[in-house]
Design a protein around this ligand. Structure first.
Ligand SMILES: Cc1cc2nc3c(=O)[nH]c(=O)nc-3n(C[C@H](O)[C@H](O)[C@H](O)COP(=O)(O)O)c2cc1C
Ligand code: SF4
Length: 379
């Protein structure tokens, strides 16, 4: 195996990056009127100035059948383009790259909206309590078209690629999960049939944006579903392999849902918690694999880069607390990330580290953290 190092210029998933440390998608919750705000521009400038190799945006919405949570960016029409262009220019100016994550939330919503909520099948969402309406095949075709149009807008705005959100309990993850996909048509029944919608989305984006436009995906290595009915590691490996044969450019390996045995953002006692699954996948396919989850130490990251076929790692919370972390590590100040993985940054008023809040805001946020912990009996 050719030896890799963390801080080297390289090509990953069709994108040339300055190093192998990426920012994993982190929903900002700070868009204004569904568009890029100045607060968002500041956040991304800090990350790019902090020498993050590549930044994956928080999930952006786009679909007419979706309900967007407060502060989400929506790729809707040309009126969004100016802000999006400002965002990509800001990041590029500082030598970093930027991929936008495109997502349909499905039934994993904070509260029931007025109007139909869609899913692969009629199975209640344990987070929202919502019983979704099953998509018809013709609605699935429309959704595939919408994914393609969102990617066209991303390319036009200067994003280096798009990442399809296939993880964490949102719509596409629900299609992949046998616990939620009970379909008996072409879109359900086996791991590959469950993935059919994603294969169609991939094809559509490549058709509309050109086959060289990078299309990445974030996948669960396992849903860690409470009854073990959800997507498991064997399903994940099969699906990831199928996507790699069909032109996906990079796969980021995550896991868990908001109500499973494990959340995607686990507590401090868990480190590099998807390493085993990511290593297995990287041994199996030639498409680059990116590992996320509990990476807080540069010695560990260097070791993963040197000893495995994993192409890059990504972090979310450590870069909320310290946007300049990568630059610090590269400069030789190698102490671990300051983030304590308390999840106090899941803030309904916009993502911000708990330790940046004032006393009153901290008290309110503590209640939210208690609620989040109560959702699963888990880390
Ligand atoms: C505030 C917050 C928002 C997040 N938003 C997203 C998101 O929009 N899309 C996504 O795929 N993951 C999201 N995640 C999950 C992270 O990308 C990541 O998978 C998880 O936190 C584990 O990585 P970490 O240990 O480096 O934080 C979010 C995490 C946090 C803390
Ligand atoms: S709130 Fe907690 S988990 Fe989030 S960035 Fe700050 S220390 Fe890390």
């Amino acid at each position: 195996m050719q030896t890799k190092t963390t801080f080297e210029k390289t090509l990953i998933g069709g994108i040339e990056v300055e190093n192998r440390i990426f920012r994993s998608a982190t929903h900002e919750g700070t868009a204004t009127d569904w568009k890029i705000s100045d607060r968002m521009l500041d956040m991304y400038r800090d990350l790019a100035e902090g020498d993050v190799g590549l930044i994956i945006t928080g999930y952006f919405g786009f679909s007419k059948t979706d309900y967007h949570s407060k502060g989400t960016v929506v790729l809707s029409d040309d009126s969004s383009i100016t802000g999006l262009e400002k965002l990509t220019e800001t990041v590029h100016k500082h030598g970093s790259k930027i991929v936008t994550q495109i997502n349909h939330a499905g039934s994993q919503l904070l509260s029931p909206p007025d109007g139909p909520v869609y899913g692969p099948s009629e199975v209640v969402d344990p987070f929202s309590g919502i019983m979704p309406v099953a998509f018809t095949e013709s609605q699935i075709n429309d959704l595939v078209t919408e994914f393609g149009d969102a990617a066209v807008m991303a390319r036009k705005a200067g994003f280096d690629g798009v990442q399809i959100h296939g993880a964490h309990g949102y719509l596409l993850n629900k299609f992949l999960s046998p616990a939620y996909n009970k379909r008996t048509d072409d879109y359900g029944g086996t791991p590959i049939k469950n993935a059919r919608i994603i294969l169609e989305i991939l094809k559509e984006i490549k058709l509309k944006c050109g086959k060289d436009y990078p299309v990445w995906i974030k996948l669960n290595s396992s849903d860690f579903h409470p009854t073990d009915e959800g997507l498991n590691e064997d399903d994940f490996l099969l699906i990831a392999k199928e996507l790699s044969k069909n032109g996906i450019d990079a796969i980021e390996v995550s896991g868990g849902t908001l109500t499973g045995k494990h959340s995607p953002s686990r507590s401090k006692k868990h480190t590099a918690y998807h390493l085993g699954s990511a290593e297995k996948l990287a041994e199996d396919i030639s498409v680059p694999v990116i590992l996320v989850g509990g990476l807080r130490n540069i010695d560990t990251i260097d070791r993963i880069m040197a000893e495995t076929k994993i192409a890059a790692i990504s972090m979310s919370r450590p870069l909320i607390r310290e946007p300049g972390l990568v630059k610090r590590w590269a400069a030789g100040y190698r102490q671990g990330a300051a983030c304590i993985a308390c999840n106090g940054c899941y803030n309904p008023n916009g993502t911000i580290c708990f330790f940046e809040l004032g006393d009153e805001e901290k008290a309110a946020q503590k209640e939210i953290m208690k609620f989040l912990r109560s959702l699963g009996k888990k880390s």
